[in-house]
Design a protein around this ligand. Structure first.
Ligand code: C5P
Length: 230
């Protein structure tokens, strides 16, 4: 037995987390942000110096650095990720505000290519879905984590629109950002996410695709909720 699982996958900046959060609130489900889990591991790896000395102090992350698998394995064994009230905790610490920047985006996308990282996080995700009704967003929820999810959605939007949304979001937070840099980041991340060997981003055959380029958040939430019966 398990809860009702709603999987929402798609590329970065398609609005998954905003939409998944609202769908969860409307249906009374738990919202699980799997990207935040990869970001938290990325943060821990950056702090541990896996992406270069600089990454340790919140400086530049070099995602192409060679990773020592034995050292990573022992760091992961001592790493705890959990969710409380929709927020991710890394070893008991609320890291929400530290994981939303472009260096940690890079670190997350790099660590998401590593098998032992994915195994650990997928186990946690399945465990959460086994006891609760969840809306889970990510890249591989419908294709891997919950292949038998009750509902699957694939949310997309044009890269320029996604970059624009991310730009406005970071700007709102007072970060000093340049649109062209963000578009480049979006395109690079799309490339890495769709071309990686392990559970690459793709639409599950039985997922409903929603292109949100010309839709408002409310319209997308309505569209998803109208398809779910609880
Ligand atoms: O969704 P978000 O941008 O927060 O995710 C950060 C990174 O984590 C993504 O670029 C992707 O590489 C990775 N990720 C993943 N599988 C998931 C969720 C996120 O590989 N289910």
């Amino acid at each position: 037995r398990h809860g009702i699982r709603i999987a929402i996958d798609g590329p970065s900046g398609a609005g998954k987390s905003t939409i998944a959060k609202r769908v969860a609130a409307r249906l009374g489900f738990d919202y699980i942000d799997t990207g935040a889990m990869y970001r938290s591991i990325g943060l821990k790896m950056a702090r541990s110096g896996f992406f270069g000395e600089d990454g340790m102090h919140g400086g530049a992350v070099d995602p192409s650095r060679e990773i020592d698998p034995d050292r990573l394995s022992s760091v992961l064994a001592e790493t705890e990720i959990d969710f409380r009230e929709g927020k991710v905790y890394l070893d008991g610490e609320d890291v929400e505000s530290e994981i939303r920047n472009s260096e940690i985006s890079k670190a997350a996308s790099a660590c998401a290519q590593i098998g032992i990282v994915r195994e650990k996080l997928v186990d946690i995700q399945r465990e959460i879905g086994s006891r609760k009704n969840v809306v889970m967003d990510g890249r591989d929820i419908g294709t891997n984590v919950f292949r038998d999810a009750e509902y699957k959605f694939f949310l997309t939007a044009a890269p320029e629109e996604r970059a624009k949304r991310r730009f406005l979001e970071l700007k709102e937070k007072g970060q000093d950002v340049v649109y062209e840099d963000i578009l480049k980041d979006v395109e690079e991340r799309d490339y890495r996410d769709t071309h990686r060997e392990l559970n690459p981003l793709r639409k599950a055959e039985d997922a409903v695709e929603i292109d949100s380029t010309h839709m408002t958040i409310e319209e997308v939430v309505d569209e998803i909720c109208s398809r779910v019966t609880i």
